[in-house]
Design a protein around this ligand. Structure first.
Ligand SMILES: NC(=O)C1=CN([C@@H]2O[C@H](COP(=O)(O)OP(=O)(O)OC[C@H]3O[C@@H](n4cnc5c(N)ncnc54)[C@H](OP(=O)(O)O)[C@@H]3O)[C@@H](O)[C@H]2O)C=CC1
Ligand SMILES: CC(=O)[C@@H](O)[C@H](O)COP(=O)(O)O
Ligand SMILES: [Mn+2]
Length: 390
C-alpha cells in the first residue's frame, strides 16, 4: 500500500485527486487530508477514505470538524502549524493542492520527509523555486508537476535531454474575456471573470486565467521547474485547451501533449509515474474536433505576461512579491474594491516600489525571508490601492 496525503483535499484539484484514489482503495492508504472551511466535505472524505487525520486550516473550525467526524477514530486538527505537521507525516506521495502562497510551507515539509510531492500549487515554485529545489535535493525527494502545462512538458521531455530543448510553448485558453472589446475589461465583474471557457477549477485560478496572471505564474513556474532560460519559454493562445503545452527541440521537431481538459490526466500521471495506467478521462475524437487553433496573446489585453518576464529577469525574492501582490489585488477585486484591469496596475506598482527598497529582493531565499517578502508585498498592495482610491 502506498501512503498518500492530500493537502487542499476539499478543492478542485483535491477532489479530482480523491476521485482517483477512491477508485483504487487497495493500493492507497490515506494519511492526511487537509482543507479550509469546507468541513462537511473534509469529514465526509476522511471517513470515506479512512484517513488517519483530517486538518482544517482554521482554528475556529476545529469543533465543527470534530462534530462532523462523529464517532470515527479519525484525528481532527486545526491551524496552519497542524497542516504543516500533517504534511510531514511519513507518506510516499503528497498532493500539494492548497491555493496560494499558503501552500509553500506544507509543501516544503512534505519534501523534508522525503515524500514525492505532486505539485499543483504553482505558487510554491513562483515564490521560492531555488529553496524548493534545494530542499528536494537535500532530502532525496522528488517533485512531479501537476499543473496541466507542466505535466505536458514533463511528459514531452521523457527520454529527452534538456540540452536538446530549443523552446517550451505554454498554451493559454485566453480566459473568460478573450473575445471582449478591450475597453470593456475595466468593467468586468468577479462573476463574469469566474467562468472559464474550458476548465472547471477553483474561483481564484479561474479569475487568474481571465487576467492571464495564471499564465504569468506558469511562465515563472516553467523557468523554475525545468530551469530553462526565460527567452525559451513562450505563450500562445489556444482557445480549445486541448493541447496543454509543446516542446520544440534543436532539430526543429515539436512534441505536443494533447488531451481533454480534465485534471485527472495530470494528477493520474503524477500518481502512477513512472508507469501509465488507465484513467477515467475522455478519449478525444479528433475528426469530431476538426481543428485546433492558435493566436498570439495581445500584450495590451494581458499585461501580466510582461510582468512575469520582468520577474524572471529580476529573480531572487521578486517572485514572492509578485505572487503576494497578485493575491492581494485578487482579494480586492473579489471584494469589488478595485476593477479587473486595476489588478495588473497594482502588482506593477508594488514590484516597482519594492525594487527601490534596498536589497530586498536579493536577501537569501529562506522560508522566513520569502514569507516576510510576501507579507510586505501584501501591505504595499494595500497602500497602493488606498492611494489609488483616494
Ligand atoms: N483547479 C485546477 O484545475 C488547477 C489548479 N492548480 C493550482 O492548484 C492549486 C489549487 O487550486 P484549486 O483546486 O483550483 O483551488 P480551490 O480553491 O478549489 O481549493 C483550494 C484548497 O485549499 C484550501 N485552502 C484555501 N485556503 C487555505 C489556506 N489558507 N490554508 C490551507 N488550505 C487552504 C481550500 O479549503 P476549503 O475549500 O475547504 O476552504 C481547498 O481545499 C492552486 O495553486 C492552483 O493554482 C493548477 C492547475 C489546475
Ligand atoms: C488546468 C490548468 O492547468 C490551468 O492552469 C489551466 O491551464 C488554466 O487555463 P488557462 O490557459 O486559461 O490559464
Ligand atoms: Mn495550468
Amino acid at each position: 500500500m502506498r501512503r498518500v496525503s492530500v493537502l487542499g483535499a476539499t478543492g478542485s484539484v483535491g477532489q479530482n485527486t480523491l476521485d482517483l484514489l477512491a477508485r483504487s482503495p487497495d493500493e492507497f492508504s490515506v494519511v492526511a487530508l487537509t482543507g479550509g472551511r469546507n468541513i462537511v466535505q473534509l469529514a465526509e472524505d476522511a471517513i470515506r477514505l479512512r484517513a488517519e487525520v483530517a486538518v482544517t486550516a482554521y482554528d475556529d473550525m476545529l469543533e465543527p470538524l470534530r462534530e462532523a467526524l462523529g464517532d470515527s477514530d479519525i484525528e481532527a486538527q486545526a491551524g496552519r502549524a497542524s497542516i504543516a505537521e500533517a504534511a510531514s507525516r511519513p507518506a510516499d506521495w503528497v498532493m500539494s493542492a492548497i491555493v496560494g502562497a499558503a501552500g509553500l510551507a506544507p509543501g516544503l515539509r512534505a519534501l523534508e520527509q522525503g515524500a514525492t510531492l505532486a505539485l499543483a500549487n504553482k505558487e510554491t515554485l513562483v515564490c521560492a523555486g531555488a529553496l524548493v529545489r534545494e530542499t528536494a535535493a537535500r532530502h532525496g525527494a522528488r517533485i512531479l508537476p501537476v499543473d496541466s502545462e507542466h505535466s505536458a512538458v514533463f511528459q514531452a521531455l521523457r527520454g529527452e535531454r534538456i540540452e536538446s530543448v530549443e523552446r517550451i510553448v505554454l498554451t493559454a485558453s485566453g480566459g473568460a474575456f478573450r473575445d471582449w472589446p478591450l475597453e470593456a475589461l475595466a468593467r468586468a465583474t468577479p462573476e463574469q471573470a469566474s467562468s472559464h471557457p474550458n476548465w472547471a477549477m477553483g474561483q481564484r485560478i479561474t479569475i487568474d486565467s481571465a487576467s492571464m496572471f495564471n499564465k504569468a505564474l506558469e511562465l515563472i513556474e516553467t523557468r523554475e521547474f525545468f530551469e530553462v532560460a526565460p527567452e525559451r519559454i513562450e505563450v500562445v493562445i489556444h482557445p480549445e485547451s486541448l493541447i496543454h503545452a509543446l516542446v520544440g527541440f534543436t532539430d526543429g521537431a515539436m512534441m505536443a501533449h494533447v488531451g481533454a481538459p480534465d485534471m485527472r490526466h495530470a494528477i493520474g500521471y503524477a500518481l502512477n509515474w513512472p508507469d501509465r495506467r488507465p484513467l477515467p478521462v475522455e478519449r478525444l475524437d479528433l475528426a469530431a474536433i476538426g481543428a485546433l487553433t492558435f493566436r498570439a496573446p495581445d500584450p495590451a489585453r494581458y499585461p501580466a505576461l510582461r510582468l512575469a518576464r520582468d520577474v524572471m529577469a529580476r529573480g531572487g525574492l521578486s517572485g514572492a512579491a509578485f505572487n503576494a501582490a497578485k493575491e492581494a489585488a485578487l482579494d480586492a477585486f473579489l471584494e469589488r474594491r478595485i476593477g479587473f484591469t486595476d489588478m495588473a496596475a497594482v502588482v506593477e506598482a508594488v514590484l516597482s516600489r519594492m525594487e527601490g527598497e534596498a536589497g530586498l529582493f536579493d536577501a537569501p531565499m529562506t522560508l522566513d525571508n520569502v514569507m516576510e517578502t510576501d507579507h510586505l508585498a501584501r501591505r504595499r498592495a494595500g497602500e497602493t490601492m488606498a492611494k489609488r482610491a483616494g
